[in-house]
Design a binder for this molecule. Structure first.
Ligand code: ADP
Ligand code: ZN
Length: 210
């Protein structure tokens, strides 16, 4: 199964991505994670990506498309994959069409009022990538799943979140129409309910797609 996960920053893509990848035995490919790992390691790609991610802007398309194109040739993609954070605009979507055949696009719609609080209160595990909201941590600073240290992403601050939401509305939201026209969109609505509630709905639909 080859899937795309679409949704505004803070819609809960990361959490759903882990669950989907686990259940269907497909690899989770997050371009945001790839950029963060490169920034941390100080690679050439990392140095380039840093200024864009810190401003909440998109890393240039040529760089991003090449990374994904290469990543999809790895052996672990043979059973399928879930693209999280890619494509982010129409150019990337059209490029993707030239080297991949996507079976379904899981689109998580969410009330934008929820997003600012979610993102600015988000804490992420350095080891496994699981995310939490400060309001549920009771001061805990380690991950429930793996014991890793929790940290706040540098781009989870009000100014950068504003910029990321604007970029999403202008550049990424049009992809919903693009994939609706292709007949492969699967629409879901996120809420304040626990992530498992949404996952149950996604599972029901994806089980039929398998
Ligand atoms: P978000 O929580 O905003 O969905 P991600 O972890 O997906 O965050 O991405 C973090 C940052 O990495 C983005 O703001 C952007 O700068 C960069 N990035 C991730 N994916 C892409 C992409 N497909 N194209 C360009 N830039 C990207
Ligand atoms: Zn963890």
């Amino acid at each position: 199964m080859k899937l795309i996960l679409l949704g505004a920053p803070g819609a809960g893509k990361g959490t759903q991505a882990t669950k989907i990848a686990d259940r269907y035995g497909i690899v989770h490919i997050s371009t945001g994670d790839i950029f963060r790992a490169n920034i941390k390691a100080g690679t050439k790609i990392g140095l380039l990506a840093k200024s864009y991610t810190e401003r909440g802007e998109l890393v240039p398309d040529e760089v991003t498309v090449d990374i994904v194109k290469d990543r999809l040739t790895w052996d672990d993609c043979k059973n399928g994959y879930l693209l999280d954070g890619f494509p982010r605009n129409l150019f990337q979507a059209k490029e993707l069409d030239t080297f991949a055949e996507i079976d379904g696009v899981v689109n998580i719609n969410i009330d934008h009022k929820l997003l600012m609080d979610r993102l600015c209160g988000r804490r992420v595990c350095r080891e496994c990538g699981e995310s939490y909201h400060v309001s549920t941590l009771n001061g805990r600073t380690t991950c429930e799943r793996c014991g890793g240290e929790l940290y706040q992403r540098k781009d989870d601050n009000p100014e950068t979140v504003d910029a990321r939401l604007a970029v999403y509305n202008e550049q990424t939201a049009p992809l919903i129409d693009y994939y609706t026209e292709k007949g492969i969109i699967l629409n879901f609505t996120g809420s304040e309910a626990p992530a498992d509630v949404l996952f149950e709905e996604i599972k029901t639909v994806l089980d039929r797609l398998k």
